[in-house]
Design a binder for this molecule. Sequence first.
Ligand code: ACO
Length: 363
Amino acid sequence: MLYWLYNRLALMLRTRIKSIAHYVPEQIVTNDYLTKYMDTSDEWIRERTGIEERRYADKHNETTSTMGARAAEKAIAEAGITKEDVDFIIFATLSPDYYFPGCGVLLQRELGITEMEVGALDIRNQCSGFVYGLSIADKFIRTGTYKNILLVGAEMHSMGLDFSTEGRGVTVIFGDGAGACILQPTEDENRGILTTHLHANGTHAEELAMINPGSHGGYYLGKEKYGYPDESVPGGIFVTQKMVDDNLLAGNMTGQLVFKTAVTKFPAVIKEALKATGYKSSDIDLLIPHQANLRISAFVQKRLELRDDQVFSNIQKYGNTTAASIPIAMSEAFEQGKIKDRDLICIAAFGSGFTWGSALIRW
Ligand code: ACO
């Protein structure tokens, strides 16, 4: 009987974003500044991406997990809880401090809550990382497993970019930063996360990727390009000399394929969320898309026939911060009074994998 009651209660729970916060490093890097290192221009970058500037972390003092911790501290304070109340950590990033362990445990240590020994989960879904993390957190909260989940999206892209002209197609797009939220249960069935939708298709996995370092060792993808690992031992150490010599340790992107796929998948996954809940695009108070590229967001806006005030953009100031972009944007939108109590908020992302997803939230 008690078990039945517990299950009934758990089913009635919804997940609420209790607080949202962000941290961006101080160092502003303008488009003009990048022209010192590569053949590019402010005009090219603004026209193709909408980006005017981005932030870079202080490489002597900051990492992805420390930036995540700064955002987390704010989110914890704004939720009116203490660090010790956090009962689960989810950390999404594609630029972790280490190859392993993931940033979840590093964040736990940076926050000084190791004694609690709460679980820490790392999400590797790139630009969709925050949406994937939110969906997982939602399931844990709804089943009554946790009461205060700390979800963090953070990136330190600046340490993984090629600053030569060869890397300009990727480098000009990305920036550093972190966003965090506290997720809690609510028994109010008319608010919180209403639905989440996750998708992936690995067909074009290498078209938006950082291939090295990795276990492929050149064998899977072509030794000519990636070099020969040491054949005198059974394994290897991830990086070959050729990868270093040929500058093959940064991310690569087939921009036009990403663009074409993104402008199809973004509207489709938003429509999927609307259909699941019976809403129309005109019901959305604010769409917060992953800040991939201003042109992609404009395309999505047009497809869904949304007004300017229904779509939030801040890529102009921060560039593409991947897993951090939605929580940073959500935090700024909240600070600017663009998210009000009971508003219908839609978030959607598309990125490397390819992976994509959406969520509808009654704030
Ligand atoms: N500055 C100046 N010239 C550049 C730069 C740069 N930073 N980067 C590329 N170019 C040059 C190219 O070398 C090429 O020169 P060429 O014609 O002499 O060969 C020319 O510009 C055109 O290159 P394209 O790659 O065809 O440029 P395109 O118009 O497609 O714009 C862009 C590139 C902005 C990346 C575009 O494809 C795009 O928006 N793609 C979507 C990808 C995206 O937004 N990714 C974000 C990360 S992934 C995500 O978050 C979903």
